[in-house]
Design a protein around this ligand. Structure first.
Ligand SMILES: Nc1ncnc2c1ncn2[C@@H]1O[C@H](COP(=O)(O)OP(=O)(O)O)[C@@H](O)[C@H]1O
Ligand SMILES: [Mg+2]
Length: 283
């Protein structure tokens, strides 16, 4: 009897992604922005949990909170008030990123926090020389100390997003498997291409991650099918399922890996980390 090959949610046969080999040395980091101008699609959740998963595999990870809402900082339980933040580094009032970097309860995972101050950055930076390159200049100073730097962008395509894309080697787009998911993605891809043409020729689309997938609904399956039709192999095999344990984990200020290690989403984020290594997106 021939075993029936399992078909994954993207319509491809399920692949096995082996755990990555240990790294003998660290850095320089690949800088990856998590970008989508739509809110609530899983940018912050993916920054936290992909970061924690890569850290679990021994990668040294820096997560940069680049959203004035500060959800990444809160979700990892780091102090974001009365401490140096990414805003201070962008403005140059704090020069050394080490003064803003905080360790977290997760081994190998550090954070540069953000708070509401960052909402003033676009106005303050508008007249700066090379205003699109400011974040790149900040991250360059610590790039050799990490294997991966994840930049959790705010839901907009303004100057901060352009700074993130200009600083990055790659962009990851989380897409919620919901009806209006594809709206706006063309504009996002357009922005990525403009930044590549004008500011950062090396910028790559590292991949698209289906999030909040609910296999019980035809709707979720159809949206994911459309995404795969449009973006093909750029869509990760790994899909993140919808589970209430994710918002619960963020209230507890922990990655799902630590909050509910047996939950399917914890395994999904570990699998995403393995897939990224197998695809060569990260070391
Ligand atoms: N896989 C998931 N299942 C259920 N809820 C999720 C999932 N991923 C994210 N969420 C929740 O959805 C909301 C938006 O997610 P978030 O990561 O903050 O999106 P973004 O950063 O794109 O705005 C949050 O409350 C988060 O806890
Ligand atoms: Mg967010």
């Amino acid at each position: 009897m021939v075993a029936k090959k399992e078909i994954g949610p993207t319509g491809r046969p399920e692949r096995f992604f082996a755990p990555p080999a240990k790294l003998a040395k660290h850095g320089p980091a690949r800088i990856i922005s998590l970008c989508n101008q739509k809110g609530g699609v899983g940018k912050t959740t993916t920054s936290i949990n992909l970061g924690a998963a890569l850290a679990r595999y021994g990668r040294k990870v820096l997560a940069v909170d680049f959203d004035p809402q500060g959800a990444l900082s809160a979700g990892l339980g780091v102090q974001a008030h009365d401490v140096p933040t990414i805003y201070d580094l962008m403005l140059g009032s704090v020069k050394d990123p080490h003064d803003a970097i905080q360790t977290t309860a997760v081994t190998n995972l550090d954070v540069i926090p953000a708070n509401i101050d960052l909402s003033a950055a676009e106005v303050h930076l508008i007249n700066e020389v090379a205003r699109e390159q400011i974040l790149a200049g900040v991250l360059r100073k610590v790039q050799n100390e990490y294997d991966v730097i994840l930049v959790d962008c705010q839901p907009s395509l303004g100057l901060l997003a352009v700074n993130a894309l200009t600083a990055s080697h790659g962009v990851l787009i989380p897409l919620a498997c919901e009806y209006f998911a594809l709206r706006g993605v063309a504009l996002l891809i357009d922005t990525v291409e403009k930044v590549r043409d004008r500011l950062n020729p090396a910028l790559e689309l590292d991949g698209i991650i289906g999030t909040m997938y609910d296999s019980r609904t035809l709707h979720s399956r159809e949206v994911l099918e459309r995404v795969v039709d449009t973006f093909g192999d750029k869509v990760f095999d790994t899909v993140i399922g919808r589970t209430v344990r994710i918002p619960d984990a963020s209230v507890a200020a922990k990655p799902i890996l630590d909050y509910a290690p047996d939950n399917a989403a914890a395994e999904a984020y570990l699998k995403l980390a393995r897939e990224m290594v197998v695809r060569g997106v990260v070391v």
